[in-house]
Design a protein around this ligand. Structure first.
Ligand SMILES: CC(C)(COP(=O)(O)OP(=O)(O)OC[C@H]1O[C@@H](n2cnc3c(N)ncnc32)[C@H](O)[C@@H]1OP(=O)(O)O)[C@@H](O)C(=O)NCCC(=O)NCCS
Length: 172
């Protein structure tokens, strides 16, 4: 698996992934609009990585990467570069998702492993906070398999749901 942005010649694969985004996970693609070309979308993602014009409530630079396996987009990771924004302590550094047809094959576990490595080695974030909904048993398992140490539970102010917070530190 590689975490990276699609190349311009991979627009067909990108479009297939866009079409596969499920109704139960509409936030799969951050900052994307249906009328955007891939080139325009890549520009937006590069700007977000520099912290230019971030979304309200997420006033922090963020790196958005696609998970490729054998040339197919199976999922994505979003890495927020800091926690110093209103929802930071509740959302954590890293979000991830896998497209439905690719779930149950260990992809999320590998996406989170690579995203942690990226945060630690490329972004200088040694201690990574990862959070998930307390009812999301698959995501809890993904975090625990990546060495997540449970810290506490908090309320998501957007919907009142419980969120579990985990810290992940570099492995020896
Ligand atoms: C949660 C999600 C990322 C998991 O992706 P995935 O690629 O299927 O996950 P993996 O295959 O790497 O691992 C899932 C683990 O959870 C376990 N699992 C799956 N469903 C489960 C359930 N209902 N109860 C308990 N464990 C469950 C699997 O058995 C596996 O553990 P194992 O390797 O010990 O067997 C995916 O379902 C998804 O994208 N959901 C929507 C977005 C989302 O919830 N993102 C996370 C936000 S924090």
């Amino acid at each position: 698996m590689e975490l990276r942005l699609p190349a311009l010649h991979e627009e067909a694969e990108f479009r297939r992934a866009v079409a596969a985004v499920p109704a139960d996970n509409p936030t799969f693609l951050h900052f994307h609009r249906a009328d955007m070309s891939l080139a325009d979308y890549l520009d937006v993602l590069r700007q977000q990585a520099l912290g230019i014009d971030p979304a309200p409530g997420r006033e922090v630079a963020s790196t958005f990467l696609f998970a490729f396996v054998d040339g197919r987009i199976v999922g994505r990771a979003s890495i927020r570069h800091g926690l110093d924004y209103p929802l930071g302590p509740m959302m954590g550094h890293i979000g991830y998702a896998v497209l439905p047809e690719f779930r149950g094959h260990g992809h999320a576990t590998e996406i989170l492993r690579l995203a942690i490595l990226h945060a630690q080695t490329q972004l200088g974030i040694p201690r990574v906070l990862v959070t998930c909904n307390s009812g999301n048993l698959a995501s809890i398992r993904v975090i625990e398999k990546n060495g997540g140490v449970f810290a506490d539970e908090c309320n998501d102010p957007r919907n009142g749901m419980r969120e579990r917070r985990y810290w992940i530190t570099p492995r020896d």
